[in-house]
Write a protein that binds this ligand. Structure first.
Ligand SMILES: [Zn+2]
Ligand SMILES: [Zn+2]
Length: 369
């Protein structure tokens, strides 16, 4: 059985991949996020709960903090065979560049007043250091990946086809060029999404895509490859790119990612407030794709702020709404979402919290209409 644990990490992504086969279980982690107040990353908690003792792979899809915070703690807790990152300028091979990059990051750590910027820069330094040290001592390989289809063979995953399907090879070098051209003042601009990895897993004919923060331009670039090869993606299960954003996950990308099978799901790992976009979720519904969101989004009710501006709203009610609504804070919808693919290719979805979803037609089913 191949299981994906899409964790609720607020505005961010973190997926634990678990493969049970022939009496052994192997694990991988794609991205991590640490919410304010979390002592340790959710992925680490989940791995302990599942009894992991070592990891086949860890991936940092791209250097944005909502995808890497806490990865250093995961590295420290386990031996890791392979580290997959987006193309960061062959940092492991090019030591001069690596040194300059680390120095720039440390400058951000020392200069910035904002603690979250400082922590993010420091965490990135830690991850890069850990990855370099382990790769140096040959305890781990570090692969910077790019290309329309880069086949991977993580140990313990025999029988599962694993590949990265973004970013395109042409973005190789972009990240490091930007850093070398400008003085690195902040860690993370939207441009980094251009080097984000997206993963594809195929098990017993069932295809899963983990979209990372894959951008609309990279998806459209890949369309040429799919057309030339006559190989559409055609997934049944997709962790929507860029948390289901309006810009990077519009109908065109959704059409590209999903196949024609009857049972399809779209998972969004986001805080609900900034992502996913209601249009994205509405389009999934139109296509018969069932959405599963870690957190409630405004269109589903996390929009108490809007209630306060209703014309003619009774002041005592407005006051009461303000007091009880937790305005601006996250409201969990499905929480962690577990998707398990059986050996025959069928799959089951198990949300941590079983809130009904109108976009999955569950209210209509309840009313028997
Ligand atoms: Zn990003
Ligand atoms: Zn992101």
């Amino acid at each position: 059985m191949l299981t994906f644990h899409f964790l609720n990490v607020g505005h961010g992504s973190s997926t634990v991949v678990e493969f049970c086969h022939g009496g052994t279980t192997s694990f991988g982690v794609i991205d991590s996020n640490l919410r304010p107040g979390d002592r340790e990353p959710r992925a680490l908690e989940k791995l302990r709960e599942l009894g992991a003792t070592s990891l086949s792979f860890v991936s940092m899809t791209h250097p944005h903090k909502d995808h890497y915070l806490g990865l250093s703690a995961i590295f420290e807790a386990f031996s890791v065979e392979s580290f997959y990152s987006g193309p960061m300028g062959s940092l492991f091979q090019n030591r001069e560049r690596l040194k300059k990059y680390a120095e720039k990051l440390l400058k951000v750590v020392n200069r910035t007043d904002g603690s979250s910027q400082r922590n993010a820069a420091y965490e990135l330094v830690k991850i890069i250091r850990l990855a370099t040290t382990r790769a140096d001592s040959r305890q781990m390989e570090w692969l910077e990946l790019a290309g329309d289809q880069a086949t991977l063979a993580p140990s313990g995953f025999a029988g599962v086809e694993v590949a990265t399907i973004l970013p395109p090879a042409k973005v190789r070098g972009d990240y490091i060029q930007r850093i070398e051209k400008q003085d690195l003042e902040i860690v993370g601009t939207p441009k980094e999404n251009d080097i984000s990895l997206a993963f594809e897993f195929v098990y017993s004919g069932c295809k899963v895509v983990i979209g990372g923060d894959g951008t609309i331009s990279n998806w459209s670039d890949r369309r040429r490859y799919e057309r030339n090869r006559g190989q559409p993606i055609g997934a049944q299960i997709v962790n929507l790119p860029h948390h289901g954003s309006r810009h990077d996950c519009p109908p065109l990308v959704i059409d590209q990612l999903f196949g024609s099978g009857a049972k399809k799901i779209g998972v969004t790992s986001a805080n609900g407030l900034s992502h996913p976009s209601p249009e994205t979720i509405q389009y999934l519904e139109t296509c018969g794709i069932k959405p599963y969101c870690t957190n409630l989004m405004p269109v589903c009710g996390a929009n108490a702020q809007q209630l306060l501006t209703l014309p003619g709203l009774d002041p005592p009610i407005a006051r009461w709404v303000r007091e009880v609504a937790n305005i601006g804070t996250m409201q969990t919808c499905q929480g962690d979402i577990r998707v398990s693919i059986e050996d025959d290719g069928t799959f089951e979805v198990e949300p941590q919290i079983r809130n009904l979803c109108g976009f999955r037609g569950e209210f209509a089913a309840l009313m028997n209409i």
